[in-house]
Design a protein around this ligand. Structure first.
Ligand code: ADP
Ligand code: MG
Length: 247
């Protein structure tokens, strides 16, 4: 696990009597897309929350860029370049798209974005990269779900992350919208940013991810290249049996 950018080692987390993560070890490598799949309730969102620092662990360690971040609060992790998106993004409704991205830049890791005007300029660059430039002046309330998802990615990209943890970035999108957000994710990866992408759509994650980890009942059931993992008997039994049809 020496070259992992983000490493979870023996992570456990329970909520009352619910054991959401039962000793999970995994790593996201520099610049890769790791797909995280698994049935509902298997612990995917909890994993993102512990990695981002929103939950204290019961046991285990988390390392990022070689440093032990287990006890660091979310904002310290964000400053180090560990960013996350939300399944239900809540952008600032009183600002337009460009300004929402500029806010991401102002509170991020990039040293060169000190002033609001610089942040606004750099916001334009991220909107363009993700194909959102036409929506730059739009009010948040008028955005489609796809535009909200892209805005969420642009917002965290503006903060200069080394990794983005994306929870269900493709959920609820039509096939053509899914394609467009996947293309945005590929562009982010091409900049050298690693991504942990949680996704239900097995077809999409197979096309997108370099490697896949399957969670099941709070444990890693399988990991490896998408083609291999998804053929796995245990994975099919635990997961694809019920989902392959709608994926
Ligand atoms: P997934 O994202 O894979 O659907 P989650 O990580 O959201 O799964 O949930 C894993 C388990 O932990 C579920 O049983 C869920 O109900 C429980 N859980 C998650 N977050 C909380 C929380 N904040 N409080 C109580 N239970 C939670
Ligand atoms: Mg979830």
């Amino acid at each position: 696990m020496a070259d992992g950018l983000l490493q979870l080692q023996g992570v456990r987390k329970h909520f009352g009597g619910v054991f959401a993560l039962r000793g999970v070890s995994l790593e996201v490598r520099e610049g890769e897309i790791l797909g995280l799949i698994g049935p509902n309730g298997s612990g995917k969102s909890t994993l993102i929350n512990v990695a981002a620092g929103y939950h204290r662990l019961d046991a285990g360690r988390i390392r990022f860029g070689g440093a032990d971040i287990t006890d660091l609060p979310p904002h310290r992790r964000a400053k180090m370049g560990l960013a996350r998106t939300y399944q239900y993004p809540r952008p600032f409704g009183s600002m337009n798209v460009r300004d929402n991205v500029a806010v991401g830049a102002l509170f991020g890791r990039r040293e060169d974005v000190g002033a609001p005007r610089v942040a606004q300029r750099s916001a334009g660059q991220w909107l363009e990269l993700l194909g959102l430039e036409a929506a730059a002046e739009k009010a948040i309330g008028s955005l489609t779900l796809q535009e909200r998802r892209l805005l969420e990615l642009a917002r965290v990209l503006a903060s200069g992350p080394r990794i983005i943890l994306a929870d269900e970035a493709l959920a609820g999108l039509t096939p053509s919208e899914t394609e467009r957000v996947m293309e945005a994710i590929r562009r982010i990866q091409a900049m050298g940013v690693a991504l942990l992408v949680v996704e239900h759509n097995v077809k999409a994650i197979s096309a997108l991810a370099d490697r896949v980890v399957v969670l099941h009942e709070g444990k890693v059931l399988a990991e490896g290249r998408p083609g291999e993992v998804l053929q796995h008997e245990r994975v099919r039994a635990a997961y694809l049996g019920g989902h392959a049809g709608d994926a």
